[in-house]
Ligand binder design. Structure first.
Ligand code: UD1
Ligand code: MG
Length: 429
């Protein structure tokens, strides 16, 4: 059984007011097209994944490592399939999905594919009931059997009221796909519609079916408003899954969490926190309000924020405490490190139990290159110290407040580097 999957992304995004095609815009940190590519990649029965693109759009998908088929001319979803099929005839099934209609739950595709093949259906379609069907193709049933799909602009008054819509996900057999040759251009916008295949195939008594998706919504994005609505839906899904898995989120409506994060149970997230992709937080940790985390690791029982910023490659082991206005970038903080106020640690390592005083800054950049700071275990770095990298501060050492550290500090040493205070008597203003 040879199955090929096709993602349609050659459209001109005319209703989407952007310089870039709509499918590379993101929701919850993931490009629309990537939801579908990832869903397809997870299905082991698919032999080949193709992206159908226009020449203009193709520069946005070069990094996807997929075979790209250039559609020319851009003559509709039916035109895309017609062109692709003319040079790709040797598959048993063609799974078609749209780049602008992301699938959040990859299992929907697995079930759809196996049911369609098992029941030897010639064309199966995933449909869905929606509150507002405008813009979508309406799925017309007769005695519960799939009859045809009518596009929004072509609907009569009765059809306009139908709220069962086409998600654009089709599984088409080798026999049925040959009907692309019978597609006629739509009278209104002069494009070929993939949805017309249903009507043609019905007239030939081919086996048709529609599966109604009642899991996570599969909604199309044709403009920024729809992009926002879909992001809202994806946020609700992400947070409700976390909450069911034992994460406590206070005021979830104010919290933004992207896809591809891992948050263990018994983590507490306070209001107004942003957690971007690649973040991993272990059990017992609390993330306090207004903290902003990206691509970082936070161990068990840590306390983060309020107002902390964790940038990519910040690694915090267990029981680390970060307070307000602390920024950590590409740094590893061992167990029980405390950085409680107003500090920046970048390109650094900090040993366990070390206390970093308020206002400490690692000066890691000279305008050209970045340098490392290494601070050992059990150190005390006094308030308002500047650590001029590259520099090593040995374990158990003590840096006096206000120091500018430019040279290595051996272990167990006290280091002070401050300008001397002069008190001048009889000073007159
Ligand atoms: C399409 C469906 C509609 C469905 C809705 C779901 C058709 C005719 N209509 O409508 O039934 O309810 O999606 O979101 O299929 N594309 C190409 N080549 C083209 C034209 C479009 O690859 O020549 C791609 C677009 O880049 C897009 C997808 O196909 O990713 C859908 O095209 P779009 O114009 O957005 O169709 P809709 O009007 O949303
Ligand atoms: Mg669309």
């Amino acid at each position: 059984m040879k199955i090929c999957a096709i993602i349609l992304s050659a459209g001109k995004s005319k209703r989407f007011n952007s310089e870039k095609p709509k499918f590379i815009h993101s929701i919850s940190g993931k490009q629309l097209i990537d939801f579908n590519l990832e869903a397809l990649e997870k299905n082991k029965n698919i032999n080949q994944i193709n992206i159908i693109s226009s020449k203009v759009n193709s520069k946005f998908i070069q990094n996807k490592n997929k075979s790209i088929f250039i559609q020319n001319p851009i003559n509709g979803t039916g035109g895309a399939i017609k062109q692709f099929f003319s040079s790709n005839k040797n598959f048993d099934y063609y799974l078609v999905i749209l780049a602008d209609t992301p699938i959040f739950d990859y299992k929907i595709i697995n079930n759809f594919l196996s049911k369609g093949i098992k029941s030897k259906i010639d064309i199966s379609v995933i449909s869905q009931k929606v509150k507002d069907p405008s813009g979508y193709g309406r799925v017309i049933l007769k005695n519960n059997n799939l009859l045809k799909i009518v596009e929004d602009a072509d609907c009569n008054l009765d059809e306009k009221n139908i709220n069962l819509v086409n998600t654009g996900i089709f599984l088409i057999s080798k026999k049925a796909i040959k009907n692309v040759s019978g597609l006629k251009k739509n009278k209104i916008n002069k494009e070929f519609y993939i949805t017309d295949l249903i009507d043609i195939s019905h007239k030939q008594n081919l086996k048709l079916n529609t599966y109604i998706n009642d899991k996570s919504p599969i909604l199309g994005v044709n403009n920024f408003k729809e992009l926002n609505n879909l992001e809202k839906a994806s946020q609700e899904l992400i947070k409700s899954e976390l909450i069911s898995s034992g994460v406590k989120i206070l005021q979830p409506d104010t919290v933004y969490i992207e896809t591809d994060v891992q948050i263990s149970k018994d983590v507490i997230i306070e209001p107004n926190v942003v957690i971007k992709k690649g973040v991993k937080i272990m059990t017992g940790t609390i993330v306090k309000s207004f903290s902003y985390l990206e691509n970082c690791y936070i161990g068990k029982n840590c306390s983060i924020g309020p107002f902390a910023r964790l940038r990519p490659e910040a690694i915090l082991q267990n029981e680390v405490k970060l307070g307000n206005f602390v920024e950590i970038k590409k740094s590893k903080l061992a167990d029980k490190v405390k950085v409680n106020h107003l500090s920046y640690l970048g390109d650094s390592t900090v040993g366990k139990n070390t206390n970093i005083g308020a206002g400490t800054i690692t000066c890691n950049y000279d305008g050209k290159n970045k340098y490392q700071s290494k601070i050992g275990n059990n150190c005390f770095v006094g308030t308002n110290s500047s650590i001029i990298a590259p520099v090593n501060i040995g374990e158990n050492s003590y840096i006096a407040a206000g120091s500018v550290i430019t040279k290595n500090v051996p272990k167990n040493y006290f280091s002070i580097s401050r300008s001397k205070q002069k008190n001048i008597k009889n000073f007159k203003k």
